[in-house]
Design a protein around this ligand. Structure first.
Ligand code: SF4
Length: 370
């Protein structure tokens, strides 16, 4: 175990390591100012496990129905050497009849133990490097590659569903298989956003690999596009959409670049010897609760409860959080509006007090309470 691995294991405490995967890194990008989520992810815990440490139930899992549907869809596309996935690309004219070089990384190193996982990383790297160096035998489809994305300087493995490149293309793009019904412009936007964010983490992983091969401009080879394979409503017939995901890739890259950028920074932000399996430590790590946390983070109930206890304006919504930020709490905002308590402590509070009083008077006039 490397020194970094030991330090991460120490941070995690007695809990076994969990791989956050693309979903975990994508979560960090959704709330990059949240140190609690970042710390948990770096330590190799999922938010669902962290919620359990804090005594909250795990509400993160997919419904069994959605899970089964997703597994069946994936199996159907990937069985027989990913024949159906290849046919989809052939029918769309994105791969030619002879571009049927397909490698399933799972098959090169089956198993779930550490050795097998490491081997899949090495095999993926070998395949990617072959394409980068222009090997004509490089695969056109790589199924379940295992890429690495650095967070605080530590490699975190991710497994996109597949990578795709025609022979004449210089490098791969990321593909995700999602059993969502494809309703064209009416497909659930949240589903599409979430799939695009996961694919964006894959693009970042490809760029990191390219950098390690010595590529000068990795972003020109691993382009910010993703292929989403969904299904026709009511059937298992796949559809294919090529999406531009530049903003998603930017947000993942920005989140990775935010402090803490290395393990030292993170350790100095926590009390000496603190472990995240200790509920008191976990609850004391600064967070950044937003109403949207519920969509992606298993810790939202705990964080919302803390925000409520602190009478933080964010519990009234994002707009209130922004407009009442000078007051810092709902109680202080009420004091400023009523002119009770301490007088405004600075110019920002004075402006807010005047705005709140004007709004209060307008409301009273409107409801006839002047
Ligand atoms: S729920 Fe809590 S830990 Fe999760 S992102 Fe929001 S504030 Fe951070």
């Amino acid at each position: 175990m490397s020194n970094s691995d030991q330090r991460v294991a120490r941070l995690r405490g007695a809990r076994p390591a969990e791989e956050p995967g693309a979903r975990g890194i994508e979560r960090v990008a959704r709330n990059p100012d949240c140190l609690r989520l970042r710390a948990v992810t770096i330590a190799g815990l999922t938010p669902a496990t962290a919620a359990q440490i804090l005594g909250f139930p795990d509400r993160e899992g997919q419904s069994p129905f959605a899970l089964t549907l997703g597994q069946r869809f994936e199996r159907q596309l990937l069985e027989n050497g990913a024949a159906n996935l290849f046919t989809l690309y052939r029918e769309r004219g994105l791969l030619g009849p002879s571009e049927a070089k397909i490698v399933a990384v799972d098959g090169l190193a089956p198993g779930t133990d550490l050795r097998a996982r490491r081997r899949r990383e090495t095999e993926t790297r070998r395949l990617l490097e072959g394409k980068f160096r222009g090997d004509p035998l490089a695969p056109n489809l790589i199924i379940k590659p295992r890429l690495l994305v650095s967070l605080v300087g530590l490699p975190h493995p991710i497994e996109p569903d597949f990578l795709i490149a025609a022979d004449q293309e210089p490098f791969y793009r990321v593909g995700e298989l999602k059993s969502y019904p494809d309703r064209g412009g009416k497909t659930d936007a949240a589903d599409i956003r979430s799939a695009c964010r996961q694919a964006a983490v894959g693009v970042v992983g490809l760029r990191e690999a390219l950098q390690s091969f010595g590529a000068r401009q990795p972003e020109q080879l691993a382009v910010a596009d993703a292929d989403l394979v969904m299904r026709v409503t009511g059937f298992f017939i796949p559809t294919l959409s090529r999406m531009a995901i530049a903003s998603e890739v930017d947000s993942v890259e920005r989140a990775i670049a935010e402090a803490p950028t290395n393990l030292d920074d993170l350790e100095t932000m926590l009390p000496a010897g603190a472990t995240l399996d200790d509920p008191a430590v976990l609850a004391s790590v600064p967070n950044n609760y937003r109403p949207s946390c519920k969509e992606h983070c298993g810790l939202w109930e705990h964080c919302r409860r803390q925000a409520l206890a602190g009478r933080h304006p964010v519990v009234l919504g994002d707009l209130a959080a922004e407009q009442l930020s000078a007051a810092g709490s709902i109680d202080r905002a009420l004091e400023l509006m009523a002119g009770s308590g301490l007088p405004p402590l600075n110019a920002a509070e004075a402006t807010l007090a005047a705005e709140l009083r004007t709004a209060d008077q307008a409301l009273r006039r409107a409801v006839g309470h002047v």
